[in-house]
Design a protein around this ligand. Sequence first.
Ligand code: ADP
Ligand code: GLC
Length: 492
Amino acid sequence: MNILFASAEAHPLIKTGGLADVAGSLPRAIRNLRHDIRVVIPAYQSVLKQPEKFTLVAHLVLEGVTQPVRILAGRLPGSTVTLYLVDSPEHFDRPGNPYTIESGAVWPDNAERFTSFCRAIEALSLDAAGLDWQPDIVHCNDWQTGLVPALLARHLPRPANLFTIHNLAYQGLHDWKAFKKLNLPADFWSTEAMEFHNQFSFIKGGLVFADWITTVSPTYAQEIQTSELGYGLEGLISHRADTLTGIVNGVDYSVWNPGRDLQIPVTFNARSLSHKIENKRALQEHFGLPVDERIPLFATISRLVEQKGIDLILDIVPQLVKHNAQLIVLGSGDAEIEADIRSAVKAYPENVAAFIGYDESLSHHIEAGTDMFLMPSRFEPCGLNQIYSLRYGTVPIVRHTGGLADTVTDTTPKTLETKTATGFSFDAATSDALLAAVERALVYYRQPDIWQQLVCTGMKQDFSWKRSAQLYIKLYETIIARRAGEPIAESA
Ligand code: ADP
Ligand code: GLC
């Protein structure tokens, strides 16, 4: 199969969250299964600054986009996957992150930026860029690519397409004034298309027009059909239930493998857990915390946004201190949450430490050196850190929601007996419920035999892409076959 995989970020070139991890690893896994998958991302300034070589392969004049756009081609680093960059300097040649100015505010022209990205993907999808390569299916991800299924619906013949929701909370909503500037077909502004409560919704393009929709875990696929997590889109999503699937994310164990990880002080595996303790001591030292392997060490690594429930963690800091525990936080985002973390560090310098910022290498060391990983997310489409934690022998404590529910097995007398327990989970999004799970974990932490069983069961879990990549391939085949059964009309 020829597959075009479109994403606004892809590790290791550009990353703000888990979408990049997926876009950097799923295509590799699909390539290894011998399909011609090509990834397309915007040519951000920071991507072009990297040593990777890209060659100019096409000049495009796109409908509705004022300046011509260039397509550059190279490889997804460390793989044979072809990578296309959409080089539209007026939209992407600027500092800051893909979505925000350095100060943290969103780029005011995001609608135009990602419309030009979608227009370029449309051209690549229709083999209209002169590259002599026709995808059988276009796999779009999140709102930044949401217009693609809507644009493709205007062409026949056209390739099949799939839209993956990584996070329904981000919808790409813009007002009428912004919509007018996009030079899109006028009928895109209608409730049957992308209008949503008097706003233009990029994500609706995927939800309404894609041949199939997936989310990144089976539980989240159910949750977004409810008013609690559907953001008013639950009716539309339920209506599409027969073309909606949840496929849990895999992870790239060549990047996240404690046995070979060059970013941690000492490598280890399930048979050399004493080396994990060396990572713990190094981590305590790095953060200026008392160095003592007997102190239970908790951590979290996260975008600092309401979704992640960091406030619940901060609420229980006094109780963690009473238990003589330590807490390490790595994250950046919301200024208020950052300030609250700084206050906790100031109030309890012997117990709480933080790095406010983004540090990939430190995130590996934290996974390796910590005893327990806290993820009290209010919702979590999949979540990757709990999966990394499992592999690094760090026991996850998670809220029972979305992908966290699908990847962590709570510790109970029964799951201990069946040797399936891998972590601790709790239901209510409250600090009391989190604290109860933490205290339950501490009871087992003080019983080394049981703790070791938990750690080792977690380390054995296999969330490699192998299984999920095969599920995507099967789904691609189903979608393509379904489309083949449809009548092919002349170009619309
Ligand atoms: P989300 O995509 O909602 O942010 P995920 O758990 O899927 O959540 O993925 C988050 C990814 O981003 C993980 O790879 C995590 O290690 C990484 N990450 C988040 N914040 C930081 C940070 N401050 N420094 C380093 N890595 C981070
Ligand atoms: C989103 C979600 C996260 C998921 C990631 C990758 O950012 O918030 O739960 O793991 O996408 O699919």
